[in-house]
Structures are given as structure tokens and as C-alpha cells.
Ligand binder design. Sequence first.
Ligand SMILES: O=C(O)CCC(=O)C(=O)O
Ligand SMILES: [Fe+2]
Length: 360
Amino acid sequence: MAPSPIDVSADAKRVVPMSVMKLADEAAPLPAKFLKKASERPTTAHNVFCKEIPVISLEGIDSPSGRERIVGEVRDACAEWGIFQVIDHGVSEELMRKMMENTLSFFKLPLEEKIKYAAKPGGFPVGYASGSHRADDDILDWRELMSHRCLPKDVRENDYSLWPDQPEEYRKILVEYSDNIDRLVTLLLAVISESLGLPSDYIKNAVGGESAEQKILLNYYPQCPQPDLTLGLRKHTDYGTITVLQQDEVGGLQAYKEDRDQWVTVEPISGALVINLGDQIQILSNAKYCSVEHQAVVNSNQTRLSLVTFANPNAMAQMGPAPELLSDSNPAKYRRYTFKDYLPICFAQKTRKHYDALVI
Ligand SMILES: O=C(O)CCC(=O)C(=O)O
Ligand SMILES: [Fe+2]
């Protein structure tokens, strides 16, 4: 008997047990595999937006007074929120729109086509997955995802077999987007360095300069028959340096405001990009800044897309609190490590606060 077209390998079968998009079309009730524990279910709706999360214009970054304002606003946003939005950031709205269109076209392909790019289980997914990319997950997330290793360039070039050849412009647009977001990341790392009183190139150098890693993750959250009982993406912190997130107009990204014990929903602002601090900034800043816990909620009548760029250190980068920030009154809170050793901690430990494993 000819193998079924989706039966591409034992690994792929484990990673892509079903299409969440297809389940969404079949409507209620929510399959039990997606039922989150009561303590993990959403408490704030996808469309109740928090107006306090800072929105920072990067216009004027090249003038001394503009830069001073931006560094000050970024310092406050990092210390108070760990998440903020940027506008006037130099990534064109046309490119952002094309990325959204291409991503949507990819997810609309038949499952047989998407599964050609199925991610292997374990670690950070590379390729397509649905519900979860972990082989051992009991409760799944209500999302499909597609993910690519984009930088450094030699990694990207080795990875093209997992880059779809349709829609036609997918690869070209993704490369352009990757390069544009990388420029923005370089700028933001300079501003964050300055906001900590460090030289502009400090963090960029600490994470491996031009050898730093970039991954782009595309999330598709179908409409969900019972959104109160599940999540599009469970709560976590991002393990890398910083994350740049483009979301559509639906809303669903939520950040946990620890001092208020409250989940707040990030308002979708056309043309804006959301910036999340990752664990590496928390550790490098010796917890002056914190990586924010966040999650994605879903809703019953709209699908949602988010395009997420992770700027991570190079695997061999030596990470730890910046010695320049330490003193007798501010001793190191975390031990030093090689970034490649951080990932197994993240994926072995099912808790969200991976950096706890490094606390001195
Ligand atoms: O879709 C979102 O808004 C959140 C995505 C996210 O946090 C992630 O992919 O790490
Ligand atoms: Fe995240």
C-alpha cells in the first residue's frame, strides 16, 4: 500500500499529530489535549488592551538630544516592564505587510504540503509544527508554527531545505525581513547598552557580534471554540537576548506584570513592533532588567498571526552578568556559562524561569 502523503517519517508523525487549523474548522468542543490546568487558563481577554505599556518612537536616534530621550525611555521601559513597543523603527510597513501575507499563504497550504517541512521533536523547533514541537507534551497549545534559522548567514544557507518554495516570494521576503530586523536589533542593543551605562557595542559584542544567532518563528493561532480553556502559547520567557514581535490587529499577546500579579494584553498598533527582553539581558544586567513572562491567548472568531524574531547569542558566547555592572553592593546573581549550555536547561526544565538554574 502506498504510504499516506503525511506519513513522511516517524519523527514527523510525533511532531505533527494533527492540524490545529483543521480542528478549528470542526468547532466545539475543545479537544481534551488542549485543556489547560485551571491555574494556567487566561484571566484577561485578547481584546482588553493595556494602555500603559510604553510605545517609544525611534525618530531622532541620530541626533544627540533624540538619542538621549530614546535611551531614557528605553531604560524606564526595561526597568518597569521588560516589554515595550517601538514605532519609527526603520522597517518598512510594506515589508511588514508582505511578511504577513506570505506567512498567511504558507499556513493556508494543505497539511500535506506543510508537513514536508516538519520540525524534529525536542529543542527549539526548526520547521513546521502544530500544537507542539515537543514529543513529550501532554497538553498542547492552540497554534501552528513555522520557524527558520536566519542568521548567521552560513546557518541560513544550510537551512534552505526547510524554507518553503511557495508562495513564490517566501524566501526572498524572509531574507529581506531578517536583514531589516537584524539592523533594528543592532540599534536596540546599542540603546539598551547605553541605558545600562555600558559602551554602545557592549551587548552586541557580548552575544558574538556578527556571529550572533537569529531565528524567525511564525505563529498561526486559529479561532478556537473555547478560548477560555486553553492558550495559543503557554507562558514563558524568551531565552535569548531580545525578541522583536510583529502582530496583526487581532491582539492576544499578554505580559505578566509581576508587581501587580496581573496579565495585561499588548495593544496591536499598526506598524509598531513589540520588543521583549530575553533571559540573556536579565542575566547580563544582573537583574536590573527582567525578561518578561508572556503568553498568547486565542479567541472564538478570529485567527491571529504573529511574526517573532529571536536575537540570541552565538552558541559559543560566554554569558553572565557584565563585570562592569558589579560591585560589593551589587554582587553577581548568576554564574557564568556558555550560551549553548543554556538551551538544554531551558528545554529540560519545564518551568518558565530558566535562569533560576544559574542563580548563585
Ligand atoms: O504570538 C505571540 O504574541 C507570542 C509569541 C511568543 O511569545 C513566542 O513565539 O515566543
Ligand atoms: Fe515568547
